[in-house]
Design a protein around this ligand. Sequence first.
Ligand code: ATP
Length: 372
Amino acid sequence: MNPEERRDMPDGAIQVDSVTKRFGDVTALNEVSFTVDPGELFFLLGPSGCGKTTMLRILAGLETPDSGTVSFDGTDVATLSPYQRGAPMVFQNYALWPHLNVRDNIGFGLVERRLPRREIHARVDDILARVGLEGYGLRLPGQLSGGQQQRVVLARALVVNPSIVLLDEPLSNLDAKLRADMRAEIGRLHRETDIAFVYVTHDQVESLSLADRMAVISSGKLVGIGTPSELYHRPPNRFCADFLGRANLLPATVNAVDGDIIRIQTPFGDWRACSAPGQTWSVGESVLGMIRPESVTPGAATEGANSFSAVAENVQLAGATLEIELRQGETRCHATILSRYAPPVAAGQSHDWHVSADNTVVIKESGEPVQA
Ligand code: ATP
């Protein structure tokens, strides 16, 4: 990003500008830029080894970037220690003091800040109630369950009233049921504060269900940024399409560009499609036509929709939904529809299907970096 563009941008709670970090031969982060707004629940999402923890550690001041800058509230934090940055980090392994009880673990940062004893007491009481741990204050960490320990860690981060909290896979040590409960709990705690949360995970469900906005990282590059709905329904590239959910990817060629509508030649015919904002398309370009399985709808096309006939090769009941594998010639496609007692789709028979142009997305074949 050039300095002109940088000047035009409002200061976020966090501004990351062209950050690169190498470990020997490994480029963990490659020219990554994004802004986190004050009070936002912002996710860094990507597969193992993509660089998301390195990014969080750079924000925390535990790593130094090789190039690029990080600012909090418009101030470059390069020379500030982790403590001076005032952005506490919540780790996946709880990192509590084993010999201090819950109250003392939570109040530790307030004691360091030399707050009066009465205020520390009141703030610890308040946060214990907010994280649902009243009555647990005198226990040692070893006398708590994993979920309770993670609540203590969250309480310890929130009690100092920071403007930023950094969370590194905070739910990964919990079992599936507890993870779902804690996910909802973190969402609630965030809504009750005006603190910006930066949350690292490889779990797209966690990200899609909680994030205000998210950045998708692949091999150290930022390849998508937006709201969960924008990135899921209009992925900017193949990596985001695949990583965020199941995707049918049809080989296609651009036939025409008419404003926001792109006409593409797919194996199913000449289809109308849309794309993520900010992308340009040329007639004759080889692209992919992406449709989510749940957008494939049984029945003949309604006006303006894309239609095709296909044989239902395989129909499987998955409880609430039917998972259907469709085939027309050599082209295969998956559909997910609501299951009913009398299924509308019989295996081995040909049926009409349609997909709206809104749910047909043209994407580039490669994972082009998309900077915020
Ligand atoms: P995970 O989800 O597995 O924690 P991640 O996306 O958080 O992965 P990072 O921990 O940021 O990934 O690592 C990014 C890359 O940098 C990886 O290839 C990793 O091996 C490498 N890396 C990270 N820290 C170091 C280090 N201190 N020394 C050498 N290489 C490192």
